[in-house]
Design a protein around this ligand. Sequence first.
Ligand SMILES: O=P(O)(O)O[C@H]1O[C@H](CO)[C@@H](O)[C@H]1O
Ligand SMILES: [Mn+2]
Ligand SMILES: [Mn+2]
Length: 390
Amino acid sequence: MRFSRIFLIVMDSVGIGELPDAPKFRDEGAHTLGHIAERVEGFKLPHLEKLGLGNIAPLKNVPAASAPLAHYGKMQEISMGKDTTTGHWEIMGLHVSTPFNTYPDGFPASLISEFEQRIGRKVLGNKVASGTDILDELGEEHMKTGNVIVYTSADSVFQVAAHEDVIPLEELYRICEIARELTLRDEYAVTRVIARPFVGEPGNFSRTSNRHDYSVKPFSPTVMNHLQDAGLTSIAIGKISDIYAEEGITKSIRTKDNMDGVDQLLGTMKESFKGLSFVNLVDFDAKFGHRRDPQGYGEALMEFDSRIPELLAALQDGDLLVITADHGNDPVHHGTDHTREYVPLLAYHKGIAQAHNLGIRETFADLGATIADNFEVKAPAIGKSFLSGL
Ligand SMILES: O=P(O)(O)O[C@H]1O[C@H](CO)[C@@H](O)[C@H]1O
Ligand SMILES: [Mn+2]
Ligand SMILES: [Mn+2]
């Protein structure tokens, strides 16, 4: 079957069990969905269950459906990374074979001093940290001194946190543009600079949705570029335009949270276009996975599940809805970082008489290859289309 519109939802970090190479990432035993299902009292996902989520892997309280409504499977990541950028780029056909640079011991002193000179402020932190813990630790000092908080993680990120009343947003964004310029150099390369504004008082800080990401451009054209080149629509909702650095995007819509992401996707279902509408739901990852909060994560999943009927009802003939993820972030795993996992794959359209098991896809790029195949645009260098299985 061929589709005129494809709606793609990435549930950020909703992994479905360790990949064979998880030990290389110190992620043996990670299982984001599985562990949440075990830990959270009253956990249920009735609508995702009907689609076939429980047919992909055994999940407590999410049994396999006898007649799943969607084609189902899971996908393996072949790129050497477990961050958002790597996962999304692979979905759209890129194999990230050289891992992005990370800074487990903080950024080099030479980079920090050049950065301090350029921004006219000093740096606090400069280490691996959870973004909320570091506010507890250094937020007050930042407020007193006006020095910026710089931190990183297991990902290739240079994050700058500042209180909105201490450093106005425009200045924080300008500071991040300077960081972006410096970290485009090979010797200091990072994938993303992230502005992390926050508000509140010591002991009670909260981060705002004025977060802004400054990503490097994908190293080759992705399937989204091929769609755009063919004159098709490629709508980016939420973080998508940041993740692909605005490449291959014909329209970009910002969101404030997961439910807004679902609303915006529903909004695009009412538009008439041919091509892709692609949303990333980041709260799973940012608000619950990194915070190691299985309860909150489980509730966010149930909240998303409750929106599935609306999504299915808004689909028209010739539409395909795909639900997947970009990596894991098991909230009961050690540390506060992502986990190396399979991602679920659910593909729904009207008129499925008998759902197919799409199996274990060898790379996330099978999805990009399928999208390219569907719209008859240039196929990515990696990935096998499963269009004929839909
Ligand atoms: O702990 P917080 O600030 O949420 O940061 C997390 O978010 C970053 C970007 O998604 C990740 O690299 C991780 O560091
Ligand atoms: Mn992610
Ligand atoms: Mn993350």
